[in-house]
Design a protein around this ligand. Structure first.
Ligand code: SAH
Ligand code: SF4
Ligand code: F3S
Length: 481
């Protein structure tokens, strides 16, 4: 391997820039692989490990689509791969630690297989420090790209193979959305459909606006065409994806809105629709009306609160207060009475006092969430909160976190218990991981349900009577026999 060749490195100043793009989405004219790559890929194996959120899962599906087009097939054994890729997440420090752990194992595999391509992509590679660490400390990583140039994988890979250089190419400014990229979906019955990319909210703790760039909405025709295609292929459920789906369309010339898009997706006749994530700031009542009117829009809402204290919400730049948040919760409960509500909460944000924390506990009691994703604040270099002073000690923060988890778990268990004896529709997906005589699926409230049965149930939506609750999953029996 010759000297490192850095074609392009990440630049946070560039990533911070916001502006209007001339065209938000463009069809790619041609993404055919070269004869060279077709020959190289035939019979070879790829291994992909994906960390982080659904955005990364969807990006990995696109990458798989590219790789399968050149004749590659998947392997679950990294040591046997010809191409091993890590699609990374930078949301918290412990997400980054996963990569360092995995690269530790990869070194011996790469040494044992000369010619193996070890690649790293995703959110971490958009950041200056992790990029530099990969470049300097992991010389066996020979291909790096970012979230903004997934579509360039063919030329980058070809360059890497032919030149035997390391190819490190990260683009900080996202271009227009490219439509028509190949994709190999992970599941046959449920699919993720991007509706927006990036985020312009700049919550002070969050790295996403830097790793994923400015908000770009897909044209609604493209979203609908993708959902229709999924329906034709037998898909039963779509999840519309965006960091902030409620601000869908704000960056498009004709200003379509999320409620309108949701209606159009509902009109395609797909059996189930979900969406994530919703920022309370941009949420309109009309979205709740669509949820109430349309039986194929699932009664499930993930509405991150982050903190129950107005003082902390302000420091976080969340742009809503508790009065606004509780108004939304009351409204959705009134319009969609069986709504399942979930949230994200950060504990130990700089400046959070015990009193602020008590307000978070109160909010959790008031909202009665079905489930909460709880995190300890993790300072991310480059974000404003990185430099904010934290008066609470790590022990105090851990103690707050433990108290919060105790409360959220008890509410989750209590709410789950109320499901026992009810009959719900379950979309069956795959055999249960623990017991192969059971099939697993999800009810409309995004509860995981296990039922005795075989793979013939996969892809079917069946009525199930819930017989027992394990708080985060349920047991049931088919009710329509
Ligand atoms: N776009 C989504 C969230 C994406 S990140 C939204 O706004 O709701 C998922 C969650 O990770 C966030 O809701 C937040 O609770 C948490 N998170 C983000 N940055 C974090 C940080 N620096 N430390 C701890 N948790 C963080
Ligand atoms: Fe991060 Fe806030 Fe954007 Fe969500 S809305 S991705 S938390 S900056
Ligand atoms: Fe992680 Fe990037 Fe998603 S930082 S949470 S993978 S947008």
């Amino acid at each position: 391997m010759k000297e490192t060749e850095v074609t392009s490195a990440p630049d946070l100043k560039e990533a911070r820039k916001r502006g209007r793009l001339a065209s938000r989405s463009q069809r790619v004219a041609d993404i055919s692989p070269s004869p060279f790559l077709l020959t190289w890929g035939a019979g070879k194996h790829y291994y992909i490990e994906t960390f982080g959120c659904q955005m990364n899962v969807r990006d990995s599906e696109i990458i798989q689509g590219f790789l399968e087009r050149i004749g590659m097939t998947p392997t679950s054994d990294a040591s046997k791969a010809d191409f091993a890729l890590f699609n990374t997440c930078a949301i918290r420090e412990n997400a980054e630690d996963h990569l360092w752990g995995e690269l530790g194992h990869m070194k011996q595999y790469a040494q044992a297989r000369p010619g193996m391509i070890v690649a790293v992509c995703g959110c971490m590679m958009q950041l200056e420090v992790p990029f530099r660490i990969v470049r300097e400390r992991y010389p066996f990583v020979n291909l790096v790209f970012g979230t903004n140039n997934v579509d360039a994988i063919y030329p980058l890979l070809e360059d890497c193979i032919k030149s035997r250089h390391r190819v490190l190419n990260v683009v900080s400014n996202p271009g227009a959305i490219l439509e028509g990229l190949p994709s190999k979906r992970m599941e046959p019955h449920r699919a993720f459909v991007n509706i927006t990319y990036g985020c312009d909210k700049f919550c002070t703790y969050c790295i996403v606006p830097f790793t994923r760039g400015m908000q770009r909405s897909r044209r609604h025709e493209e979203v609908i065409a993708e959902v229709r295609d999924l329906v034709r292929h037998g898909y039963k459920e779509v999840t519309l994806l965006g960091q902030n789906v409620s601000s869908y369309g704000a960056d498009l010339e004709d200003n379509p809105d999320f409620a309108g898009l949701l209606r159009e997706v509902s009109d395609t006749g797909i059996a189930r629709i979900r969406f994530m994530t919703s920022h309370p700031h941009d949420f309109t009542d009309e979205v709740f009306d669509v949820m109430a009117e349309r039986p194929n829009v699932m009664p499930y809402l993930h509405l991150p609160i982050q903190s129950g204290s107005d003082h902390v919400l302000k420091l976080m730049n969340r742009s809503y207060d508790m009065a606004k948040y509780m108004h939304l919760v009351d409204l959705v409960k009134a319009k969609v009475p069986d709504i399942a509500l979930t949230t994200d909460i950060i504990v130990g944000f700089p400046g959070e006092t015990e009193e602020d924390f008590q307000q978070t506990l109160k909010a959790v009691r008031d909202c009665q969430y079905d489930s909460c994703f709880t995190f300890i604040f993790s300072p991310r270099p480059g974000t404003p909160a990185y430099k904010m002073k934290n008066n609470a000690s790590p022990e105090e923060i851990q103690d707050r976190f433990n108290r919060l988890v105790e409360l959220t778990e008890s509410i989750t268990a209590e709410r789950a218990q109320r499901m026992v004896g009810k009959t719900v529709e379950v979309l069956f997906l795959y055999p249960s991981r623990k017991d192969k005589t059971m099939m697993s699926g999800y009810d409309p409230y995004q509860h995981l349900v296990h039922v005795k049965g075989d793979e013939s149930l996969a892809g079917q939506i069946r009525r199930v009577k819930i017989t027992a609750s394990h708080a985060h999953s349920f047991l049931g029996e088919l009710a329509d026999e």
